[in-house]
Design a protein around this ligand. Structure first.
Ligand code: CP
Ligand code: NVA
Length: 306
């Protein structure tokens, strides 16, 4: 793998190797191979970030490298310098670059013109680093991926959902997406899921028998914000359509007692999830947040191992 723009950049073998490495790294965050010694790593943000920003900055330091945090508003990119020229310039100063951006094509453009590895720190289409951390978190629950049923409730046409779908394909985990018809996963991603032979079902009617069965069988209930960064204009319409898909006690009561609640965070309490569920004993959301660090360090160790 040179770039990590989506989970399609890795195969099953690399996916499992990253998770195994991450488990080892978690035992002692400083006892890790110094693969980034004498290397500079850029972290470029076009959208806000707490977890991605901190976990990558800390992770780069723990791997022996020097993180260079860049806000796009402070770069000439904000005054119209092209992605092509920026990619050439980044490649002269840096040994790698993480970028959080809007259109996924921005990442593809950067990767096309960069001689250094480019990592997706979230685009409108995917959030692959999040999915690596999520599957590390699922593994920690002693769940066998191939016997696990992951049920996502909310916006199916969303970066986190899309990456969960592809990660489920790699892990051979069954995934159900419970979402409004208007927010079904992107056709492109469903095609990619098919190529990975993903066991996926999409259900729109939350009151249907299929939905009830999925909730009864769920090992993991996952949700994400209803209004993703950059979608503020669609807020009212999205919230109205998504109301029936809120992860609340009524939903939780339909599930097994052992079900775990996941959320990539930040959460909008009272929208996609209620306070009592987010902070319930079933919730593993802060393990997920911590695992961003371990999973991403394992990803960097994989990219820079040679
Ligand atoms: N989950 C996640 O990516 O969080 P941040 O937006 O805080 O980076
Ligand atoms: N879907 C959310 C994820 C935030 C980590 C967004 O894009 O805003």
């Amino acid at each position: 793998m040179k770039h990590f723009l989506s989970l399609l950049d890795i195969d099953r073998e690399i996916f499992f190797r990253i998770l195994e490495t991450a488990k080892k790294f978690k035992n002692d965050p400083w006892e890790v191979p110094q693969v980034l010694t004498k290397k500079t790593f850029g972290l470029l943000f076009e959208k806000p970030s707490t977890r991605t920003r901190i976990s990558f900055e800390v992770g780069v330091v723990q791997l022996g490298g020097y993180p260079v945090v860049l806000n796009s508003n402070e770069l000439q990119l904000s005054r119209g310098e092209s992605l092509r020229d920026s990619a050439h310039v980044f490649s002269r100063f840096l040994d790698g670059l993480l970028i959080r951006t809007f259109a996924h094509q921005n990442l593809e453009q950067l990767a096309k013109y960069s001689s250094i590895p480019i990592i997706n720190g979230l685009s409108d289409l995917y959030h692959p680093c999040q999915a690596l951390a999520d599957f590390l978190t699922i593994a920690e629950q002693n769940l066998d991926f191939e016997k696990t049923h992951l049920v996502f409730l909310g916006d199916g046409n969303n970066n986190v959902t899309h990456s969960l779908i592809l990660a489920s394909g790699l892990a051979k985990t069954k995934i159900t997406v419970l979402c409004p018809k208007e927010m079904s996963p992107a056709k492109k991603v469903l095609g990619q899921a098919r190529s990975l032979q993903t066991d996926i079902q999409i259900i729109h009617d939350i009151k249907s028998l299929e939905a009830k069965l999925a909730l009864q069988e769920a090992d993991i209930l996952y949700t994400d914000v209803w209004v993703s960064m950059g979608q503020e204009k669609e807020k009212e319409n999205k919230i109205n359509l998504l109301k029936p898909y809120q992860v609340n006690n009524q939903i939780l009561n339909q599930c097994k007692a052992s079900v775990k609640i996941m959320h990539c965070l930040p959460a909008h309490i009272g929208e996609e999830i209620t306070e009592e569920v987010l902070y319930s004993n079933s919730s593993i959301v802060f393990d997920q947040a911590e695992n961003r660090l371990h999973a991403q360090k394992a990803l960097l160790a994989e990219i820079y191992k040679h």
